[in-house]
Design a protein around this ligand. Structure first.
Ligand code: DGL
Length: 268
């Protein structure tokens, strides 16, 4: 049994989708979550910028004594996961491989969509992983910069005209039977999941990349004998490079009823 915390990071609120699932699966684990809101969004950045950012996020979590790292960010996972794994020195997982695997297991037609950030779409990472797992599958991938700022502003409802307009535009490629499974390849997007499901209808199944990453991390911890089997509810520590107040309020909203602790401002 290992009582050290699990480290999870993202550019902002998106990785909370992974936190939520990991707390459901392994409630005894302590989690340190870093939301790098001073540098959000990641999705329009170059590979070189993403590498620098990812290394500083990893260094911060390692300095907090984590036993494993979950890169709860599709953009970093798809652009520099190898670098992160090399630098981490502890087990590390991203969201691309587990989400691709879940999509391959879920699709019936073999037509899989990926909605993600521009940098993720540019990387071709989902296409590569899916092709390796299911050579006959076809992948339709689309990147957008529109959705992350909405989520970071707490705007996730279809009653919000801006959300409805942005989502309607982003989802066009995936309508009319183009896909039967859509990977929400940016971890911010499951926070828009109810709105996306309403627009696409029940024929399209949604894969939550953050939750898939959390399931992968839970397996890594269990298989490596690193999980915490104590009979307790683990703590959640929220760190942000931005302003703690708004971060805390949105985190409370997105963690769905869980009492969230005070967020701590950190400099990277
Ligand atoms: N949530 C992240 C992702 O999964 C980052 C989005 C962004 O900051 O642009 O891609």
């Amino acid at each position: 049994m290992d009582l050290r915390p699990v480290g999870i990071f993202d550019s902002g609120m998106g990785g909370l989708t992974a936190v939520r699932e990991l707390r459901r699966l392994l409630p005894a684990e302590d989690i340190i979550y870093l939301g790098d809101t001073a540098r959000v969004p990641y999705g329009g950045r170059s590979v070189a910028e993403l590498e620098d950012i990812a290394l500083s996020d990893v260094r911060f979590l390692l300095s907090s004594g984590v036993k494993a790292i979950l890169v709860a960010c599709g953009t970093v996972s798809s652009n520099c996961m190898g670098l992160v794994m090399g630098a981490a020195g502890v087990p590390a997982s991203g969201v691309v491989v587990p989400a691709a695997r879940e999509a391959v297991n879920c699709t019936r037609s073999g037509r899989i969509g990926v909605l993600a950030t521009l940098a993720t779409a540019r990387s071709g990472a989902f296409e590569r992983e899916i092709a390796a797992m299911a050579p006959d599958a076809s992948v339709l991938s689309s990147g957008t910069a529109e959705l992350v700022p909405l989520v970071e502003a707490g705007r996730t409802s279809l009653d919000d005209d801006g959300v409805r307009a942005a989502l309607t535009g982003c989802l066009v490629p995936f309508t009319g039977g183009a896909v039967d499974t859509l990977i929400l390849g940016c971890t911010h997007y499951p926070l828009l999941g109810a709105a996306i499901a309403e627009l696409l209808g029940p024929e399209v199944r949604l894969i939550d990349a953050g939750a898939a990453g959390a399931r992968e991390t839970a397996c890594l911890l269990r298989e490596g004998g690193l999980d915490c089997r104590a009979r307790r509810i683990g703590g959640l520590s929220l760190c942000t490079t931005g302003a703690p107040g708004p971060f805390e309020s949105l985190a409370a909203l997105f963690l769905g009823g869980e009492r969230v602790p005070r967020a701590r401002h950190v400099e990277l």
